[in-house]
Design a protein around this ligand. Structure first.
Ligand code: FAS
Ligand code: PHB
Length: 387
């Protein structure tokens, strides 16, 4: 088989890239290790930046998001018994976020691609890359027990943090920047109405808590926990009790339909390219989810990549492709900074001394008393301008 772009991974990065390439008249094949049901059922991110929602609209893929998504104009911070709303809409001249689950975005992107008759190969095995340093790279894989070879002009590594594409780059060709955090998030999905109409971020002395949602009847809630926490050691009663304490309010309970622990790390690999392989999304970087950036950063990467591929397809020039990495890394590091800052601001660090705790309290106070500090948070939260 032959295609212009071989895309490894049918997550937000791979699927948005495939749609952007289709709009530019460029053929691609998406290869996904898991089943369609698995990727569509994987509960992850929940907040779409203004730019991401607008992009889905622009691709004609935003209808259900506009029907079912929840547009929010603010978020609430809770700390030291206080409650402060950050008016995102007013602070960013009218921009907002849309709460719409990542798995819903993935469903919409998959349905649209398959309806258009474009290929997504699910449940592929043994993906490996060949000829990345040549002008004729290839992706080898097995499907239904049959060995397959996909000849490409370019390979997009959109296979997430644990994928094979980044690992296919020869040792020494990439530089890794990483920071691990001394905590994780216990996340639950509960059939219960959200605590409030908007998201609540709480910096409690017992640890961070976040109240989010997926719909008016489906809550998404998170608790800071030990980095090696076992979700099994968190029965429903303990979760609800801890949420009440940390969110400093009563909250409606309901059946917990999904529970899991997500580790926290900051990770960036440089550059994002090796020969004809281009890394995007979690394959290239990971942010702690505090700033709700993971999915949105993946989309920002592939917007740049799709434009560079279109220029290459139209002219044969690799200038835009050669500039992909540098163009994305500026935004990636600004988003890394924001995600690290939000994480440091809102979480309890086990080794924090009294000085650290007072600095954190001062940072929180800045947000309440200094409009420029609140504006900086708001501008980053709704999404930096797309390149
Ligand atoms: P993804 O990981 O979404 O997609 C990669 C795809 O590649 C997957 O479908 C995978 O099956 C496939 N793949 C992997 N190896 C392959 C191979 N060898 N061959 C073929 N396919 C392969 N972000 C937030 O903003 N908020 C959150 O609350 C949040 N929660 C998260 C919880 C968890 C458990 C995880 C892991 C991440 C979370 N994230 C969150 C971040 C997440 O949303 C990512 O940023 C987002 O999925 C990035 O999208 P992709 O880069 O497409 O990677
Ligand atoms: C979510 O709804 O999953 C969510 C919202 C905001 C975050 C992280 C996750 O910062």
């Amino acid at each position: 088989m032959r295609t212009q772009v071989g895309i490894v991974g049918a997550g937000p990065a791979g699927l948005v890239l495939a749609h952007l390439l289709r709009r530019a008249g460029i053929d691609s094949v998406v290869l996904e290790a898991r089943s369609r049901a698995h990727v569509e059922g994987r509960i992850r991110a929940g907040v779409l930046e203004q730019g991401t929602a607008d992009l889905l609209d622009g691709l004609g893929l935003g209808a259900r998001m506009r029907r079912e998504g929840l547009v929010h104009h603010g978020i609430e911070l809770r700390f030291a018994g206080e409650r402060h709303r950050i008016d995102l809409h007013a602070l960013t001249e009218g921009r907002s976020i849309t709460v719409y689950g990542q798995h819903e975005v993935v469903k919409d992107l998959i349905a649209a691609r398959l309806d258009a008759g474009d290929p997504i190969r699910f449940a592929v095995e043994g993906v490996r890359l060949e000829g990345l340093a040549s002008e004729r790279p290839a992706i080898l894989y097995r499907q239904d027990g049959q060995e397959q070879r996909l000849e490409c002009d370019l390979v997009a590594g959109c296979d997430g943090f644990h994928g094979v594409c980044r690992a296919a780059v020869p040792p020494g060709a990439l530089t890794v920047h990483e920071r691990l955090y001394p905590f994780a998030w216990l996340g639950i999905l509960a059939e219960a109405p959200p605590v409030a109409d908007e998201l609540i971020y709480s910096a409690h002395e017992r640890g961070f808590a976040l109240s989010s949602m997926r719909s008016p009847t489906l809550s998404r809630l998170y608790l800071q926990c030990a980095p090696d926490a076992d979700a099994g050691a968190w029965p429903a009663g303990r979760i609800w009790d801890e949420l009440r304490i940390r969110l400093d309010c009563d909250l409606p309970e309901g059946p917990i339909v999904q529970k899991g622990v997500t580790g926290m790390r900051s990770f960036v690999v440089e550059p994002l390219q090796y020969g004809r392989l281009f890394l995007a999304g979690d394959a290239a970087h990971i942010v702690p989810p505090t700033g709700a950036k993971g999915l949105n950063l993946a989309v920002a990467d592939v917007r740049v990549l799709a434009a560079a591929i279109a220029a290459f397809a139209a002219t044969g020039s690799t200038d835009a492709l050669d500039g992909y990495s540098a163009r994305c890394l500026d935004r990636i590091w600004r988003v890394q900074r924001f995600s690290w800052w939000m994480t440091a601001l809102l979480h309890r660090f086990p080794d924090a001394d009294p000085f650290d705790r007072r600095l954190r309290a001062a940072e929180l106070s800045q947000l309440v008393h200094l409009p420029s500090a609140a504006r900086t948070l708001a501008e980053n939260y709704v999404g930096l301008p797309l390149l």
